[in-house]
Design a protein around this ligand. Structure first.
Ligand SMILES: Cc1cc2nc3c(=O)[nH]c(=O)nc-3n(C[C@H](O)[C@H](O)[C@H](O)COP(=O)(O)OP(=O)(O)OC[C@H]3O[C@@H](n4cnc5c(N)ncnc54)[C@H](O)[C@@H]3O)c2cc1C
Length: 541
């Protein structure tokens, strides 16, 4: 086993795989190392949507875009936290990255129609979508012995669908026939994040790069101020490798590190939904190497809920489409609504971190998703619970709102009044309290039967039994870490590049600040900065 490489990449999520494939296709000898026994990281668990403004596939679905529109849109969400230089680098390199991977790595990206940006009414936003791309199904039988070495997602009941075929990725989901699903199973054709990881992995294997798993990077080897290698913990003991040109940190965020979360985050992130190996190792190594940190308070926030054991291996679920659909609201412990339930999941983090200064507590944590039988019947609810089926045994129905309130410890009078007020708003077709349904975003995520209409998200709660699920603050990953320049080079405390050190993905100070631009908003920058790192390390395209 060689211990000498040009480029050493740490982590096998989208950021690491993209950096590795870019460097390898540009002729570098690449060493790719992964802490877990399986490759793919959270990326393999994901929907596989990638947000790339001005991507070369937009024209095929009739969308026009321009770098100025994209920069205007992203900067409109800045709140003083974004560096325009990095935003411009991202917007400029995104389409190049897509072309490069389509050509060199067989990604076969296509644009997803209709999926609105997450703040589409901001200047430069796209209410009609077009900035989100994804890969088609990928036959895992093409990976040989690696077919069974990609981490499986705990969240989706089948891997044989693309995101755009599901209710999370399409206004009107496609339901493939049983024969079609059987055909997909035969070649183990997987969609979403699996398809993205599978395609990048295949390209790497073809370029002669075999990921080395169970390698936990612990320490950067620094000589004369330059990063020249890495020391790993492996089951066989400590191992050192050299990196002639440089090292790319792509080790994900620190959402599974309690100490770092306490030290840095702006508020609770009790329920990460990423791979548990993301414990901030890259942040530790970067800090030790003298990196300047940025965006440390932020995460890709998402509402989440505990599930009873046995439903999925994480015993938790993301609460996404469920809270956007009719016949549901969210309330706090006072039994009151507190935000637009259909807002994008990342923005929701802000609602969870609001302080009740009198009680000296978080005003909206925990909160409850309240819904009725009609919601369950039409839309299904959290986890792998198909629409139209009887509720799962763990979900307790109540004949009245008063009984529900008593069961979950909320003031009954308040809950009843809140639901009455909500039902009035629904009857009037407008939510004057929180503007739910105003944005194209809300109307898209709602009930597919009412695509683009407020009825897709506004619906009365009046069809007993009534149900509640406790909702807490989760995260897809953190987004603070070492700051980089527009080539993904890590900067030191004086703003100068640390020679030989690069970062991409959730390990780095996100160029997006608090923002989540649109569907694929985390994989987009992860892949673009991985590409920029791989390109700069090889002086290539
Ligand atoms: C269900 C779900 C759906 C999602 N859908 C989308 C979507 O459609 N679009 C989108 O943009 N985002 C989505 N996300 C978020 C997205 O998956 C992550 O933000 C993204 O995968 C992060 O990529 P990454 O490469 O930075 O990290 P990861 O993919 O998490 O990879 C980091 C890797 O580094 C490894 N590692 C950690 N420490 C070390 C070490 N010391 N040495 C070596 N290796 C190490 C980890 O084991 C891991 O494999 C979703 C997330 C979930 C959970």
């Amino acid at each position: 086993m060689t211990d000498e490489f040009d480029v050493v990449v740490l982590g096998t999520g989208a950021a690491g795989l993209t950096a590795a494939v870019t460097a390898a296709r540009n002729g570098a000898r690449v060493g790719l190392f992964e802490k877990a026994p399986e490759v793919g990281g959270t990326t393999a668990w994901s929907g596989g949507h990638v947000w790339i403004p001005c991507n070369p596939h937009q024209a095929a679905i009739g969308v026009s875009d321009s770098p100025e529109e994209a920069v205007t849109y992203i900067m409109s969400l800045s709140r003083g936290l974004l560096e325009e230089k990095l935003v411009r680098a991202y917007v400029a390199a995104g389409p190049e990255m897509v072309e490069f991977l389509d050509r060199e790595a067989g990604t076969e990206f296509y644009a997803v129609p209709d999926f609105p940006d997450y703040h589409p009414e901001h200047p430069g936003g796209k209410p009609g979508g077009g900035r989100t791309i994804e890969c088609p199904l990928f036959p895992f039988t093409e990976l040989g012995e690696w077919q069974d070495r990609v981490t499986h997602t705990p969240y989706y009941s089948t891997e044989h669908l693309t995101m755009s075929e599901t209710s999370l990725g399409a206004a009107v989901p496609v339901v493939p026939s049983e024969e079609e699903m059987a055909r997909r199973a035969l070649r183990d054709e997987r969609g979403r994040g699996q398809a993205l990881v599978g395609r990048l992995l295949k390209a790497l294997l073809e370029a002669g790069v075999q990921p080395q798993t169970r390698h936990r990077a612990r320490e950067l080897v620094v000589e004369d101020g330059r990063v020249v290698g890495v020391r790993f913990d492996t089951p066989e003991g400590s191992r050192r490798v050299r990196a002639g040109r440089g090292v790319v940190l792509a080790t994900g965020g620190f959402e599974w590190n309690e100490e770092y979360k306490r030290a840095f985050l702006r508020g609770p992130l009790t329920h990460p939904v990423s791979v548990p190996t993301n414990t901030g190792d890259g942040l530790y190594m970067a800090m030790k190497a003298g990196a300047m940190l940025g965006n440390m308070r932020e995460a890709w926030w998402i509402p989440a809920a505990d599930l009873p054991e046995g439903i999925n291996p994480m015993n938790r679920a993301m609460i996404t489409a469920d809270r956007t659909r009719p016949r549901s609201i969210m309330v706090n412990r006072r039994g009151r609504r507190f935000t637009n339930e259909a807002a994008n999941y990342n923005a929701f983090g802000g609602a969870f971190h609001v302080e009740d200064v009198t009680a000296f507590d978080y005003a909206n944590l925990p909160s409850w998703l309240i819904f009725d039988q009609g919601h369950l019947r039409a839309d299904g609810t959290i986890g792998p619970h198909p629409a139209g089926e009887a509720p799962p045994a763990w979900l307790k129905g109540h004949p009245t709102l008063e009984a529900l309130a008593e069961d979950i410890g909320l003031p009954a009078e308040e809950l009843v009044a809140t639901v009455r007020r909500w039902n009035n708003h629904v009857a009037n077709g407008v939510d004057p309290d929180f503007g739910r349904g105003q944005s194209a975003h809300d109307r898209w995520w709602g009930d597919p039967a009412y695509k683009g209409d407020v009825r897709g998200t506004l619906g009365p709660i009046d069809d007993p039994p009534y149900y509640a699920i406790k909702v807490v603050s989760g995260g897809l990953g953190t987004k603070g870490g070492p700051r980089t320049d527009e080539h993904a080079r890590v900067l030191d405390l004086d703003g100068r590049p640390i020679e030989g050190l690069y970062a991409a993905g959730n390990v780095m100070a996100s160029p997006f600040g608090m923002t989540y631009g649109g569907a694929g908003g985390t994989l987009g920058p992860a892949m673009v900065f991985g590409y920029l790192a791989g390109r700069h390390l090889t002086g290539g395209r």
